[in-house]
Ligand binder design. Structure first.
Ligand SMILES: Cc1ncc(COP(=O)(O)O)c(C=O)c1O
Length: 382
C-alpha cells in the first residue's frame, strides 16, 4: 500500500526558530520568501535521524560507503548520470561550493560569468574572491526565459574563467534542454572556462515531459571542465542540516578544488549526511508525491495570476518558485506593497532584476490560496 503523504497538513513553524516564519513573527504576513518548504521531511529521513540521535555519540565523521552508494545510485536512477565515488567532494553547502569554484579558477581581477536574474549569492560570489562579475540578463521569448546567445557570447572574454550556471534555474524555473546545454558546453570549450553548475533543484522538475540533464552528463569533454553541485536539501526539505556535494570527474580539477577548501571548509554536518543517505536511498516515493503536489500548486498559482491584472509570470518548469513580473503595477517598492497586503515575497532587485518578485509556493494549498486572495485584493484596491 502506498504511504500516505499529507502535504495539506498545516504545521505551525512559528513554534520553532526559523528564518522564513520568524521574519513576520508578530505580523499577519504569510511568508512566501526564503527557499524552504513548509512540509515535514519524509518519514524515512526522520526515522534515520531519530535512530542516529538515539545512539547518543556524535563524534567526527566523513562520508561513509553506504552514503556514497546511496548518492551514486540516486544520481544514476534519478538523472541517468553514472558518477564514480571518487568524483565526489563533500561540502557543508552549495553556496560554499560555488564560492570555492570562483576562488579556485583564475586570479585576482579575472571574470566570472552568470545570467540574471539569479539566486543572489551568485552575484556576490565573484567579489568574495576578488573576481569581477560579468552578468547578462536572460530574455523572455515566447513566454519562456531564454539565453540571449549574442549578448552572452559578447560578454565572455579572455579574462573570463568561470561560467556559473543554475539549472534548474532559481528564480525563473527553467529546466535547460540539451540544445541549450550543448551551446553552453561549446562556449566553455571555446573559451576554456570552468563550468560551475548549481543543480540543487534537480529533484524538483514539475513538467512531466521534461527531465533534468546534468550538463556534465552530456559528454566527457564538458565533464572534464565541470563542477556540478548537488544536495538533498531542496528536494527533501532539509536545508539546515547542511550536507551537499560537488561532482568533479577530472582529477586535476578536483585536486585544485580540494586545495582551495583546505583548512576552511569542514565536513558536512553528521546528521545532514545521515539524512542524505536516507533521502537518496528511500526518499523516491515521497519526492514523487511532493512533485505532484507542487505541480498542483504551480498550476493553481498560474491560473490565479492570470486573473490578476498587472501581474505576469512564465510557468516554472521546476522548483517551487515563481518569478512574477509586477512592473505593470508601477510600484516603487514591490515587496513592501505585498507585505502591506499580508504576503512576504523576495524582491527581484536582489536577483539583479528589479520590478519582479519571487513567490515560494512550497506551502500548503490553503496558505497559497490565502496569499493569492490577499494579493488579488491589494492589487484590485490600488
Ligand atoms: C540555486 C541555489 N543554490 C544554492 C542554494 C543554497 O544552498 P546551500 O544552503 O546548500 O548553501 C539555494 C537556496 O535557495 C539555491 O536556490
Amino acid at each position: 500500500m502506498p504511504e500516505p503523504y499529507d502535504f495539506d497538513r498545516p504545521i505551525d513553524r512559528r513554534t520553532v526558530p526559523g528564518e522564513k516564519w520568524g521574519r513576520y513573527r508578530d505580523r499577519n504576513v504569510l511568508p512566501l520568501w526564503v527557499a524552504d518548504m513548509d512540509f515535514a521531511a519524509p518519514a524515512c529521513v526522520q526515522d534515520a535521524l531519530i535512530r542516529r540521535i538515539d545512539h547518543g555519540v556524535f563524534g567526527y565523521a566523513g562520508a561513509w560507503p553506504s552514503l556514497v552508494d546511496a548518492v551514486v545510485e540516486g544520481v544514476a536512477r534519478d538523472h541517468a548520470w553514472r558518477i564514480e565515488p571518487d568524483w565526489l567532494v563533500w561540502l557543508p553547502g552549495v553556496v560554499s561550493g560555488f564560492n570555492l569554484a570562483c576562488r579556485m579558477a583564475g586570479s585576482d581581477g579575472d571574470e566570472v560569468f552568470t545570467a540574471t536574474p539569479v539566486y543572489p549569492p551568485f552575484l556576490s560570489a565573484p567579489a568574495h574572491s576578488n573576481r569581477r562579475l560579468a552578468a547578462v540578463p536572460l530574455v523572455l521569448r515566447d513566454d519562456t526565459w531564454q539565453w540571449d546567445r549574442v549578448a552572452v557570447e559578447a560578454a565572455i572574454n579572455a579574462r573570463t574563467r568561470v561560467f556559473m550556471l543554475c539549472n534548474p534555474h532559481n528564480p525563473v524555473g527553467r529546466v535547460f534542454d540539451a540544445a541549450e546545454l550543448r551551446w553552453i558546453a561549446a562556449l566553455a570549450e571555446r573559451h576554456d572556462l570552468v563550468v560551475c553548475s548549481d543543480e540543487i533543484h534537480c529533484g524538483l522538475v514539475l513538467d512531466q515531459e521534461r527531465q533534468h540533464i546534468p550538463i556534465a552528463a552530456l559528454d566527457e569533454s564538458i565533464a572534464r571542465r565541470t563542477i556540478t553541485l548537488m544536495a538533498p536539501s531542496k528536494t527533501w526539505n532539509i536545508p539546515a542540516l547542511y550536507c551537499a556535494f560537488a561532482v568533479i570527474p577530472d582529477a586535476a580539477l578536483r585536486r585544485r578544488y580540494v586545495r582551495a577548501m583546505s583548512g576552511l571548509v569542514p565536513h558536512p554536518n553528521l546528521l545532514g549526511m545521515v539524512a542524505a543517505e536516507a533521502a537518496y536511498r528511500d526518499g523516491g516515493p515521497w519526492r514523487e508525491a511532493l512533485v505532484a503536489y507542487l505541480r498542483g500548486n504551480r498550476d493553481h498559482l498560474m491560473e490565479a495570476l492570470g486573473g490578476i491584472p498587472g501581474l505576469a509570470a512564465a510557468r516554472p518548469e521546476a522548483t517551487y518558485l515563481a518569478w512574477i513580473d509586477c512592473r505593470a503595477l508601477g510600484l516603487d517598492a514591490p515587496t513592501a506593497f505585498f507585505e502591506a497586503a499580508g504576503v512576504g515575497l523576495s524582491d527581484g532587485a536582489a536577483f539583479g532584476m528589479p520590478g519582479f518578485v519571487r513567490l515560494n509556493f512550497g506551502c500548503t494549498r490553503a496558505t497559497l490560496d490565502e496569499a493569492l486572495a490577499r494579493i488579488a485584493r491589494a492589487v484590485a484596491a490600488r
